[in-house]
Ligand binder design. Structure first.
Ligand SMILES: Cc1cc2nc3c(=O)[nH]c(=O)nc-3n(C[C@H](O)[C@H](O)[C@H](O)COP(=O)(O)OP(=O)(O)OC[C@H]3O[C@@H](n4cnc5c(N)ncnc54)[C@H](O)[C@@H]3O)c2cc1C
Length: 478
C-alpha cells in the first residue's frame, strides 16, 4: 500500500490529513476490544472531497474505513488492514427540516442528540435513540442499523430512513430511496446500505422520517422475584397488543452494579421491568399504562409505580441509563468488555436466555449480566473479566461461542443492534452460512477491489481474539 499524503492533502487541505502516532492510535480503536493502527486519518467536508478520496484510493488499492464517532462495540470502524480512516464528523450540517413532510435531510456526521435538539422546536423527533445518542452520528447509525430504547414502538434506524446519497468505492455518487413513505421500485439498494457497516459505500447524505413528539409520556417500573416472571410479563405485554414505547429488563447483576457503584437504591430483586407509554391523548396513555401494570401484577410483579412527571421519570430510569458506566466499575480488576454483548431472541425465550447467560458466565469464570430493550426482542450482556490475564481471553472466547450457539438453538440472532464488526463475525458467519456467498457477490459487485472497510462481516477472520491487537496489556500471547 503506497499512500501519497500530498494527494490527500490536495483534496482536503493540509490540516485534515492526520498521521501523528496519537491520532493513528485513537482512530485505530472504537468501543470494542480491538485495536489496529490507521495509516492516515482524512477528514473530508463535502461530497466532492469524499468522491476524490475514493477515486484515489480505488486506483491505488488503499483500504478506506468510514468512521463516525467510533462508538461501535464490535470493531466495525477498526482498520484491521490499515489504510485511510475517513472521519465523517466535519460533514455535520442539518441541510433541511420539512415539518410539513415530517422529514429532514442531513449530512452523515450529524450527532443524533444534536439533530433531536434542532427538531425539538418543530415538535418533531428522530426516533432510533441508541443509548450512545450523545456521540453517535447519523451515518454510523445507518451503517449499523442502530436501534434503542424506544425501538419497541418506533422501530430501528431502517424504519426511519427514506433515502440517502452514497459514494461508491469507485467515487461514483448514487441517490437511493425517495422523499416518500413508500417506494416500491426495483432492488432496494438503500436497504442494502443500512447495516452494511461501511463495506458497500460511504453514506454522504440521509433523508430521515420524523415523528411528532408525544404530548404525554408515562414511565413505570415493576419488580420481580423470579426472572421467568419478568420474562413472561414482557412476552405477555407484547402479545396482548399493547404498544409500550419502552420495555426494558434488568437482571440482578445489573441491579447490583448500579446500586453498589452509583448508589441508585434500586430494589434488590431478581429482575426489574421498566415500561413507558406515550401518545398525544392522555386517556390512551393511561389505558396503556393500566394494561401494562395489570399484566405485570398477573405475573407476580410488585412495587409497581409509574409517573408522568419528568423528574420522577428521570429518577425511575436513571439506573438503566447509567448501567454501562456502573458495569465498568462493578469490581476492581474486572473490565467491562463489549463481548457477546448483543443479541435478539424470541419473546418467549427471554428468561431462558437471561438464565443461560448466568450459567455460561459461571462455567467460564467471567461475570455476565442480562439486560436490554427486551420489548423489541433485544438482549444485551457484557463480559466482565480481567483483561490482562491470558486465560481470561480463552474463557471469553468459549463464553461468546456458547452464548451464540444457544441463541441459534432457540431461534435468535447474533445482532439486535450493535453490529457485527470483528468480534461477532465468527458467530454471525455461522448464523448466515446459507447467504454468505450472496453477500460476497454483492460486495464484489459494488467494491470489486475490496477497499471499503475490508475484512469485515462475511470477510472477517474466523477467530476474533487473534484478528487484531487487543486493547489491553495482556500478559502472554493469546
Ligand atoms: C455506551 C454505548 C451505548 C450504546 N448503545 C447503543 C444502543 O442503545 N443501540 C445501538 O444500536 N447501538 C449502541 N451503541 C453502539 C454504537 O453507538 C452504534 O452502533 C452507533 O450507531 C455507531 O455510530 P458511530 O457514529 O459511532 O459509528 P462508528 O462506530 O464510527 O462506525 C460504525 C460503523 O459504521 C460505519 N460508518 C460510519 N459512518 C459511515 C458513513 N457515513 N458511511 C458508511 N459507513 C459508515 C463504519 O465504517 C463502521 O463500520 C452503543 C455504544 C456505546 C459506546
Amino acid at each position: 500500500m503506497k499512500l501519497n499524503l500530498d494527494k490527500l492533502r490536495a483534496i482536503v487541505g493540509m490540516g485534515n490529513v492526520r498521521t501523528d502516532p496519537l491520532d493513528l492510535f485513537v482512530y485505530g480503536t472504537d468501543a470494542s476490544v480491538h485495536e489496529a493502527p490507521a495509516s492516515a486519518v482524512v477528514r473530508p467536508e463535502n461530497i466532492e472531497q469524499v468522491q476524490a478520496i475514493m477515486r484515489y484510493a480505488n486506483a491505488e488499492l488503499i483500504p478506506v474505513i468510514p468512521r463516525g464517532a467510533g462508538s461501535g462495540m464490535s470493531g466495525q470502524a477498526v482498520p484491521i488492514k490499515g489504510g485511510i480512516v475517513m472521519d465523517m464528523k466535519r460533514m455535520n450540517r442539518i441541510l433541511e427540516i420539512r415539518p410539513e413532510d415530517i422529514l429532514c435531510r442531513v449530512e452523515p456526521g450529524v450527532v443524533d442528540d444534536d439533530l433531536n435538539r434542532a427538531l425539538k422546536s418543530y415538535g418533531l423527533f428522530y426516533p432510533p435513540a441508541p443509548a450512545s445518542s450523545r456521540i453517535a452520528t447519523i451515518g454510523g447509525e445507518i451503517a449499523n442499523n442502530a436501534s434503542g430504547v424506544r425501538s419497541v414502538k418506533y422501530g430501528a434506524t431502517r424504519d426511519s430512513v427514506l433515502g440517502m446519497k452514497v459514494v461508491l468505492a469507485n467515487g461514483d455518487l448514487i441517490r437511493l430511496g425517495a422523499n416518500t413513505r413508500v417506494e416500491a421500485s426495483g432492488y432496494q439498494i438503500d436497504r442494502l446500505m443500512i447495516g452494511s457497516e461501511g463495506t458497500l459505500g460511504i453514506i454522504v447524505e440521509a433523508t430521515l422520517l420524523l415523528k411528532p413528539i408525544p404530548k404525554y409520556r408515562c414511565l413505570g417500573r415493576a419488580s420481580f422475584n423470579k426472572l421467568e416472571e419478568a420474562g413472561n410479563a414482557i412476552s405477555e405485554i407484547i402479545a396482548s397488543g399493547a404498544s409500550p414505547s419502552i420495555l426494558e429488563l434488568m437482571d440482578n447483576i445489573a441491579i447490583t452494579a448500579v446500586n453498589t457503584t452509583l448508589n441508585m437504591g434500586l430494589p434488590d430483586v431478581e429482575a426489574i421491568v421498566m415500561f413507558e407509554a406515550d401518545g398525544q391523548v392522555k386517556e390512551a396513555v393511561d389505558y396503556e399504562i393500566a394494561h401494562i401494570k395489570a399484566v405485570c401484577e398477573k405475573n407476580n410483579g410488585f412495587g409497581i409505580e409509574a409517573s408522568y412527571d419528568p423528574e420522577k421519570r428521570m429518577k425511575l430510569y436513571a439506573g438503566r441509563k447509567k448501567l454501562f458506566a456502573a458495569l465498568s466499575r462493578y469490581k476492581d480488576g474486572l473490565a467491562c468488555t463489549s463481548l457477546a454483548d448483543d443479541m435478539a431472541v424470541p419473546y418467549s425465550r427471554m428468561a431462558d436466555m437471561a438464565k443461560k447467560i448466568h450459567k455460561i458466565a459461571e462455567k467460564n469464570n467471567v461475570v455476565m449480566t442480562a439486560y436490554g430493550h427486551c420489548g423489541s426482542g433485544c438482549m444485551h450482556t457484557k463480559i466482565l473479566m480481567n483483561p490482562v490475564r491470558k486465560e481470561q481471553w480463552d474463557d471469553a472466547r468459549r463464553a461468546v461461542e456458547e452464548i451464540y450457539d444457544y441463541v441459534y438453538a432457540i431461534g435468535g440472532t447474533t445482532s439486535a443492534e450493535h453490529g457485527i464488526g470483528i468480534s461477532k463475525a465468527p458467530a454471525w458467519k455461522k448464523e448466515k452460512a446459507d447467504s454468505l456467498k450472496v453477500m460476497k457477490a454483492i460486495k464484489k459487485a459494488l467494491d470489486p477491489n475490496n477497499i471499503l472497510n475490508p475484512n469485515k462481516l462475511q470477510d472477517a477472520p474466523d477467530d476474533w481474539v487473534s484478528a487484531t491487537r487487543l486493547r489491553y496489556p495482556v500478559k502472554g500471547a493469546v
